[in-house]
Design a protein around this ligand. Sequence first.
Ligand SMILES: NC(=O)c1ccc[n+]([C@@H]2O[C@H](COP(=O)([O-])OP(=O)(O)OC[C@H]3O[C@@H](n4cnc5c(N)ncnc54)[C@H](O)[C@@H]3O)[C@@H](O)[C@H]2O)c1
Length: 441
Amino acid sequence: MPADHAEARASRPEVTPDPAVGSRALASLTSSWSRKGRRWNVSRQRVVRPVPDRCQLAWSPATSSQLRITGRPIAEINLRLLHTVAPSAYSTFVVAPARAALLGYGRIGSLHALTIREHVPSLSVDVVAEPQPSSRAAAAELGYATDRDWRAVIHRPDIDAVLIASATEMHPAQVIAAAAAGKAIFCEKPIASSLAATDAALQAVAQRQVPLQVGFQRRFDPSLTAVRDGITGGHIGRPLLLRISARDPEPPPAWYLRFPGGLYVDSAIHDLDTARYLLGDVAEISSIGAASFDPYAAAAGDIDTAVTLLRFGNGALGALDNCRISASGFDQRIEVHGTAGTVATTNMAAAGATLATASGIRHPRNVDFFTDRYAAAYVNQFTSFAAVVAGGDPQATGADARAAFVLALASEVSRAEHRPIDVAAFTAQLTVPSQHPVAAS
Ligand SMILES: NC(=O)c1ccc[n+]([C@@H]2O[C@H](COP(=O)([O-])OP(=O)(O)OC[C@H]3O[C@@H](n4cnc5c(N)ncnc54)[C@H](O)[C@@H]3O)[C@@H](O)[C@H]2O)c1
């Protein structure tokens, strides 16, 4: 553990579950809880062992699955008991969520703030740093404390974690500063718009040994989890083929295309990460793409449509298609075909009903966009991040972010140069030698 992070933890004495009775002891902490402001009251039904005043309990997911509060596993709640209010056999604990500073209150930052406030009791956004006065005002209107200076909020001693949802070009500097301040970090994808800047950020994280989770929320999507379970559970035999279709309802506005990234780095990076998450590392990649319908994409030198072929290290093959338009709404489908079966997701339908008549069957259209399709994934992502702040392992790491970013860059090179790319050779060629190798997380 890094010095700063270790000090931050040490200032709140931890009670480590006794291996002999740990799970049983924790399992006895159950039942009624209610929200009072940011605090959670938990009544302890049975005293198994004394809990000192002003203690912090952090559960690993392994032991925490034993503990349930009103039916929700602790892994989702991630309680941190800060001190007992009335020590007795039926003590009430004041439970505080991890406290976070949110950097950036744009499209995704404002969604994250709302998701956390409404659905993630184990995490709270205590301050929003945002340079735009109008966005700061929007955050203030919803009751968030705001600051225009992200450096000031990063260094606040009462802040446990930094959530980076600012424009991509700010990410590396903010990751580096948050790591130096010893904070747990959540960073939106991509970590940076170049591999050198990505590596500089990851090196800072590795040096300070702070936890880092990256915004690949699809890893927390219940449908994707079910696909992965179908594969890892052996239900489809040996995976042979992966197919992902990812089509946005409409292209981004012209101004959005000014920012670094393009279709592969900005959007397909999610699908490239999904591919790795399901079938492991990619050995070879090739892509074709075109600005088929969007004049702004063409003018910006970007593309709006792409087909990308993958050869995985385990021999399986994959095909991704991306498009920036989909008249039926947000189109997100995954299929993995194996020697013993197929596991696949369908699109998420918007509210409505299926109308079946003599002339045919009409279903509701797809949900509009990622905010609806991945609402549950965002909740799970931040619930998981709160567990990371309390000492758990991130499920979407810096190494995952780097690997998907390299695949996005390789896709672009393949498209531009009309050739398949050997991913290992491409990665080696791009990697700037460093004194500090990038850690695996
Ligand atoms: N995981 C996802 O589903 C998802 C979805 C959308 C965007 N993103 C990522 O989130 C990031 C933000 O995207 P967006 O669509 O919300 O963009 P946006 O332009 O709507 O918002 C970015 C915000 O960051 C603010 N900002 C700029 N510089 C800042 C600084 N120095 N400190 C604090 N705030 C600063 C801007 O004023 C703006 O409000 C991008 O990296 C993008 O790739 C991820």
